[in-house]
Design a protein around this ligand. Structure first.
Ligand code: AMP
Length: 199
């Protein structure tokens, strides 16, 4: 029997509000499909920690829970998607986050001569998300996991990012998955929903 692990290429976006388990599911799926998980948030955090110029630019925005300007983010993603290790695919986590980034991602992939196979949306209600984010704040101590920035990030997601799913739905790319449940339960739900999109 074929499974998603047999897919030759897998070019995926994973969307969902902060706390929906995107990072965890992206990492599991990346391992299963043997493609890199690319998290724009992780790249910004690594640059902030490393004290790079990109990190210094990003920090003033990430610390407040605001989006880093598109000019900075788009250039970073274009550069990352041009690397050799993404020739068989990728799981993009945290990008695109607004309409301009959807357009830019199309342009980047068009220039590379490839296209998306699917866009996964992990769903969870706000109360569950707030509870999970409070737990993560305790465990990880992220600078942007304060009550105020969490609320700001969830608002930005609802206003700018969630509406993007309809554009992907109209292209028949959207795969919606309930993000509530144990990690392996959600992972198998996700795998089953994704199967028809990968060959
Ligand atoms: P995340 O870990 O995905 O929640 O990202 C952490 C922070 O990095 C966000 O709150 C933004 O400040 C910034 N960031 C990550 N991805 C993007 C993006 N696609 N566009 C703009 N800013 C981003």
């Amino acid at each position: 029997m074929s499974s998603i692990s047999d897919a030759v290429t897998a070019r995926l976006v994973i969307m969902g509000p902060q706390g929906a388990g995107k990072g965890t599911q992206a990492a599991l799926l990346a391992e299963r499909l043997d493609v890199p998980a690319i998290s724009t948030g992780d790249i910004f955090r690594a640059n902030i920690k490393g004290g790079t110029e990109l990190g210094r630019t990003a920090q003033s925005f990430t610390a407040k829970g605001e989006l880093v300007p598109d000019s900075v983010t788009n250039a970073m993603v274009r550069d990352r998607l041009g690397a050799d290790d993404v020739s068989r695919g990728f799981i993009l986590d945290g990008y695109p986050r607004n309409a301009a980034q959807v357009t830019e991602l199309d342009a980047i992939l068009g220039d590379l001569g490839v296209s998306l196979d699917a866009v996964i949306e992990l769903t969870a209600d706000r109360d569950e998300l707030l509870a999970r984010l409070a737990r993560r704040a305790e465990l990880e101590g992220r600078e942007d996991d304060t009550e105020e920035t969490i609320a700001r990030r969830l608002d930005i997601y609802a206003e700018q990012t969630a509406p993007l799913t309809s554009a992907y739905a109209s292209r028949d790319l959207l795969v919606q998955v309930d993000g509530i449940g144990a990690i392996d339960e959600v992972a198998s739900r996700l795998g089953a929903a994704l199967e028809p999109h990968l060959s």
